[in-house]
Design a protein around this ligand. Structure first.
Ligand code: NDP
Ligand code: GDR
Length: 332
């Protein structure tokens, strides 16, 4: 019998990598997708036909109950969220509904329909916010600095609470920033690698940025989804920090990305208050020794390699967009 997994947020960065990983492991993969006027399958294009699609929204409990009934899953990965920190100030209530309260919807759907199923909650290093110690590990107190961070703290504790109240196999992965060529274009790594490609190809001549002194622990999304799966293969449900244990500033990110194509970021970057946040998380650095020890998890892609991979992919994409535009200009 094939194992069955239900993934929420499957069209996002992590969902797409996780779906590929589970399909390789011969899982039947069910993907929850919210209805939109123009569906976007870009991240899952290569595996779209191998995913069993279920329509639903994290804020609609009835649709989640139906999703669990239809998929009858062995494992549920709850990755859906309003995940962009900067958007959580202008949309704090929406962020609270999707990123916080809707975690209870998903847990309730599982508790009602399939309480024996294993559950993964996508928690975040943003919960550490104004960090109380460095590096941050599973026991570091939370001090969130954005409506998004506050929402994730709720999602984290409700997952722990369902584990303790109903004896559910519910795990919370406290993942530090992880990136890839599939990262949403607004997030800082992708914003930079996309801009570097456009500047290199003569389509853009400046890059407007917020606080370039903040420090992050950036890893590769493809490595991080393996940790999600490993958490659900253990004998006991638990919570784990997943990180690289290395910290780099946004400024270093700019240096690596621009110098990779032979440019100096100082010639192009303009600081713009529009991208400075009302409250900042100055630094994040994870200690993932528990995951290494108990899950045997290891990362494969380092910081420079990650950023260069993203620049390479953006260059290819922007070049092919350019070719398409040139093609359209040809006389017919
Ligand atoms: P993305 O923003 O790329 O993906 C979010 C996904 O959630 C999308 O598929 C989106 O669908 C879906 N979604 C949003 N709202 C709803 C809703 N109301 N109902 C159903 N689906 C919805 O996020 P990532 O892949 O980067 O992150 C995955 C999870 O991990 C998120 O919960 C994020 O907060 C968390 N996280 C991410 C980290 C990172 O560095 N990437 C670090 C730590 C935690 P649509 O395509 O329609 O927009
Ligand atoms: P983050 O990621 O907030 O850490 O949340 P993001 O890439 O948006 O920001 C990282 C840091 O870069 C600084 N920054 C800018 N950020 C953006 N987006 N745009 C800019 O122009 C810019 N200039 C400077 C930010 O201020 C910040 O310090 C990500 C998300 O994936 C969350 O869902 C996840 O939970 C956390 O990582 C861990």
């Amino acid at each position: 019998m094939k194992k069955r997994a239900l993934i929420t947020g499957v069209t996002g960065q992590d969902g797409s990598y996780l779906a590929e990983f589970l399909l390789e492991k011969d899982y039947e993969v069910y993907g929850l997708r919210r209805r939109t006027s123009t569906p976007n399958y870009e991240n899952v294009a290569r595996i779209k036909d191998r995913i069993k699609w279920i329509s639903g929204d994290l804020t609609d409990l009835a649709s989640l109950i139906e999703a669990v009934r239809l998929s009858d899953p062995d494992e549920v990965y709850n990755l859906a969220a309003q995940s962009y920190v900067a958007a959580s100030w202008p949309q704090p209530l929406l962020t609270g509904q999707i990123t916080a309260v809707a975690v209870t919807n998903m847990l309730e759907a599982v508790r009602i329909m399939k309480p024996g199923c294993r559950f993964y909650q996508a928690s975040s290093s943003e919960m550490f916010g104004k960090v109380q110690e460095t590096p941050q590990c599973e026991t570091t107190p939370f001090y969130p600095r954005s409506p998004y961070g506050v929402a994730k703290v709720y999602g984290h504790w409700i997952t722990v609470n369902y584990r303790e109240s109903f004896n559910m196999f519910a795990c919370s992965g406290i993942l530090f920033n992880h990136e890839s060529p599939r990262r949403g274009i607004e997030f800082v790594t992708r914003k930079v690698t996309d801009a570097v490609s456009r500047i290199k190809l003569g389509l853009q001549n400046e890059l407007r940025m917020g606080n370039i002194d903040s420090l992050r622990d950036w890893g590769f999304a493809g490595d991080y989804v393996k940790a999600m799966w490993l958490m659900l293969q253990q004998d006991y449900a638990d919570d784990y920090v997943i990180s690289t244990g290395e910290m780099h500033s946004v400024r270093e990110l700019l240096e690596v990305a621009f110098s990779y194509v032979g440019l100096d970021y100082r010639d192009y970057v303009v600081i713009d208050q529009e991208f400075v946040r009302p409250a900042e998380v100055d630094l994040l650095l994870g200690d993932c020794s528990k995951a290494k020890q108990k899950l045997g998890w290891e990362l494969e892609v380092g910081f420079n390699e990650l950023i260069q991979m993203m620049v390479d992919q953006d260059l290819l994409r922007v070049e092919s967009e350019l070719r398409a535009v040139e093609h359209l200009k040809l006389p017919i």
